[in-house]
Design a protein around this ligand. Structure first.
Ligand SMILES: [Zn+2]
Length: 368
């Protein structure tokens, strides 16, 4: 998996598509003390960011492919899905940063290489700890609530929340949307309401500014559940909750819960850890201290992995038809998800599925 030369390959390929001339960015040949100052720092930043963008894009392609061919919930699926989500967010922030420097939108290198550079691999290991090389300590997992959820340790002891949907009957579906609120939330919320599909929106506290609070208020008024995802996703650098102590998680999510209560007019009842990564101890503390029911998913649409709504819709209905029911994970921050989710609710109704109330999860978890 390590391709130490990918970084060099990326650098060599820059000249072919970089809108900034590569020659312009080379260090001056004259001694710096004559009249040419040292190389322009912002330009050097751009070339570094473009190289990084390529590497991240290439790794994202590989992890998307791995996620699609791995059984949902398997260790390699969870690794690929968490890595892919992380890399999608990294790519978006690199895109924004490069566009700021260039003064125009940046599309990037669209060639499909699909490999993980040494640098990206190191970064992912730093974020998640998948590749430490030690043997998993708890292969059997830690039960949280029989028939509802448990924590499985996979890939070098990374604790994943594993959700069951045994409490759903065939044909029953729960819809969830993560990582908002954002500019697309209002449309998704209204469409789900129109389709009589009460959904759960797992939101980020960092997005609950004035506009975000208004979006959340509208979604709650549309009859949806506004739930806790994190303040960030899950720390500012995109690392999972395992970087925090349980006390820190409870404090942080207590703040997010209060923001949601203020905006939506009622206290949130659910939380979902970013990437599904969280310890059993933290799950229990969030329930006992904040009254939050943990929620994973049983159908991951991998909507971050494609920009094509048609492809996303087809894959999603295939997954739902295959399983026959489930808790569906999408993100209301992607345009492909906005389009596909609107088609999805129509398809569900036309094919005999029912979108059931999220309250069913509370009942299953609390044993009511
Ligand atoms: Zn998320």
């Amino acid at each position: 998996m390590h391709k130490p030369f990918a970084f060099l390959v990326s650098l060599l390929s820059i000249a072919s598509f970089n809108p900034v001339s590569a020659q312009d960015l080379q260090l001056p040949k004259e001694p710096a003390s004559v009249e040419v100052p040292a190389a322009n720092p912002p330009a050097v930043d751009v070339i570094g960011m473009i190289a990084e963008h390529d590497e991240v894009n290439s790794a994202l392609k590989l992890y998307s492919d791995i996620a699609f061919v791995s059984p949902q919930g398997s260790p390699q699926f969870l690794e690929a899905s968490a890595s892919g989500q992380y890399l999608r967010a990294r790519l978006q922030s690199l895109n924004r940063a490069i566009a700021r420097e260039l003064g125009e939108p940046y599309r990037g290198d669209m060639r499909d290489r699909g490999q993980v550079s040494f640098r990206v691999s190191e970064e992912l290991n730093d974020a998640f700890g998948f590749y430490g090389g030690t043997v998993a300590r708890e292969e059997r997992g830690v039960p949280i609530k029989e028939g509802y959820c448990k924590i499985n340790y996979v890939k070098n002891n990374v604790p994943f929340l594993v959700q069951s949907d045994s409490f759903l009957k065939k044909g029953e579906v729960i819809l969830t949307f993560d990582d908002g609120p954002g500019p697309l939330t209002e449309e998704v919320s209204a469409a789900m309401k129109a389709a009589n599909a009460p959904s759960v929106f797992f939101v980020l506290g960092s997005k609950l500014g004035t506009a975000g609070k208004e979006r959340v208020k509208k979604a709650a008024a549309d009859g949806h559940e506004i739930a806790v995802h994190g303040y960030w996703h899950a720390n500012e650098a995109g690392k999972p909750f395992t970087v925090f102590s349980t006390a820190e998680i409870v404090k942080q999510l207590g703040g997010v819960s209060a923001s949601i209560t203020g905006a939506a007019g009622r206290k949130p009842g659910f939380f979902r850890p970013p990437y599904g990564i969280i310890t059993p101890e933290a799950v229990r503390a969030l329930d006992s201290e904040l009254g939050l029911v943990p929620v994973g998913w049983t159908i991951d649409t991998l909507d971050w992995s494609t920009k094509n709504p048609e492809e996303l819709f087809n894959k999603t209905v295939a997954l739902i038809a295959q399983r026959g029911k489930g808790i569906v994970l999408m993100h209301d921050i992607h345009d492909q998800s906005r389009i596909a989710s609107k088609r999805l609710v129509k398809w569900l109704a036309d094919n005999g599925y029912t979108v059931v109330s999220p309250e069913r999860m509370t009942k299953a978890y609390r044993g009511e």
